[in-house]
Design a protein around this ligand. Structure first.
Ligand SMILES: [Zn+2]
Length: 431
């Protein structure tokens, strides 16, 4: 009886487990790679040089690098590339690019780490260190990753890593103001076979792209003195009515729905006049390109209706339109590319899987330089560069020690694919 109960219970458990078993995705990860002589040497070299990597990370963090003003950090990265025997170039948006040539016949892998920060150059970025914690604006987003990328290159050179495909190291600019550097590079260069972006949540792999539309709706009128304002059209009423109507729009929530935020209202500058101009801004986000576009059109239509009703002018200024990569369902193909599961498996191998609270091992979204790759159907993922918190805030911090496994992840991931997916472990090891 007891046995039978037990058997029934275990059957039930087994069927429940089967029902919950996650989908299997192709992976190129082979733990044996970690035993290969050059990879072993690389891992121990990363460990040995890690204190220096932290010093460089701190030095980079303290350099001014507001979006569009990244020249100082860019020049530093260029110097490192040169010291490593590469021939870096700087393109017209300020991206610093260096190609580490492969022997031929393998996939081209682009690694992009953005060097810009949201903070003005005057912001105090002096790093304060307390135990393992580094406090400074920009320390996590995304300076840790820049250091990880440089450490990866140095270690590849020191251990004479041989790849078939080219590895392109790119320090990108203006990520924080619409992924502009990454977008520019992808628009002006041959698409890489793989795009790896160190940025985002530690222990998690982002393979999607949250679409982000920023629009400014500017209402205009001839204006009037208060004494002559009675009954006159005023942009103020238009703004108030439009915003009220926009917040009544019904649509599903993220992750596969959308989110809208009106983050700014500006205009007018005196008490005693009808303002000539008043605007509000809309930050609209969705991974679903169809929903994103239809909501964007609806918002513009509603705003136009209100402007007509209130008899004021309307100017629609598009600040940025970062395209959406697709819902989780639309991105099933992207999820099935081995780059995603390989990164998940290496995260597990290194014990860093979904290492931040609330993070998932793989997510069909993202707001990094990987986005323009996802939109172009290039296999592209973002992987975190450190355990960090408080991005875009003065109180930002990162755990110093966490950049080491993040760098190992970047290295192992690149090494896995550098010889072509099918030939992992068979590359020539140069002692
Ligand atoms: Zn950021």
């Amino acid at each position: 009886m007891r046995l039978r109960l037990l058997a029934a219970a275990s059957l039930l458990l087994a069927s429940r487990l089967a029902a919950q078993a996650p989908a299997q995705y192709p992976t190129s990860w082979d733990p044996k790679l970690a035993d290969r002589a050059d990879i072993k040497a690389a891992m121990s070299l990363l460990e040995k040089n890690f204190p220096k990597q932290i010093d460089e990370w701190i030095a980079l963090t303290e350099m001014p690098a507001k979006s569009g003003q990244e020249t100082k950090r860019g020049a530093y990265v260029k110097t490192v590339f040169e010291k490593e025997g590469l021939k870096p170039t700087i393109d017209s948006i300020g991206n610093v690019i260096a190609v580490r040539k492969g022997t031929g016949g393998g996939p081209t892998i682009a690694i992009m780490a953005h060097i810009d920060v949201v903070f003005p150059n005057e912001t105090n970025k002096k790093v304060r260190r307390s135990g393992d914690t580094l406090f400074a604006p920009g320390v996590g987003d995304n300076t840790a990753s820049v250091g990880n990328m440089l450490a990866t290159l140095r270690t590849m050179n020191a251990t004479k890593f041989v790849s078939k495909g080219d590895i392109i190291f790119i320090a990108t600019t203006q990520e924080e103001v619409g992924l502009k550097g990454a977008e520019y590079w992808l628009a002006h260069n041959k698409a890489p076979d793989l795009l790896i972006v160190p940025d985002g949540a530690y222990g998690s792999v982002a393979y999607g792209a949250l679409g982000i539309y920023w629009t400014r709706y500017v209402f205009t009128s001839p204006g009037a003195h208060t004494l002559a304002s009675r009954g006159r059209p005023t942009p103020v009423r238009a703004v108030a009515e439009a915003i009220d109507r926009l917040y009544q729009l019904q649509f599903p929530a993220l992750p596969d729905g959308a989110v809208m935020n009106i983050g700014q209202i500006h205009g007018g500058n005196i008490f005693n006049a009808v303002p000539q101009e008043l605007y509000f801004t809309v930050d609209l986000r969705s991974s679903d390109p169809v929903l994103l576009d239809s909501l964007d059109r609806t918002i513009t239509r509603v705003t136009k209706e209100v402007a007509d009703k209130q008899k004021v002018g309307l100017r629609v200024e598009v600040e940025q339109k970062n395209q959406a990569g697709g819902t989780a369902k639309m991105l099933e193909g992207a999820r099935a590319h081995p780059i995603v599961q390989t990164a998940v498996d290496i995260n597990r191998f290194l014990g860093m899987s979904a290492g931040m609270p609330g993070a998932q091992e793989a997510v069909a979204t993202g707001a990094t330089d990987a986005n323009p790759g996802v939109v172009r159907k290039i296999p592209a993922i973002a992987i975190g560069g450190s355990k960090a918190s408080g991005a875009h805030q003065l109180s930002e911090y990162a755990l110093a020690s966490s950049a080491l496994p993040s760098t190992k992840l970047l290295y192992l991931l690149t090494a896995t694919f550098a010889d072509g997916v099918k030939t992992v472990g068979s590359s020539k090891v140069v002692p």
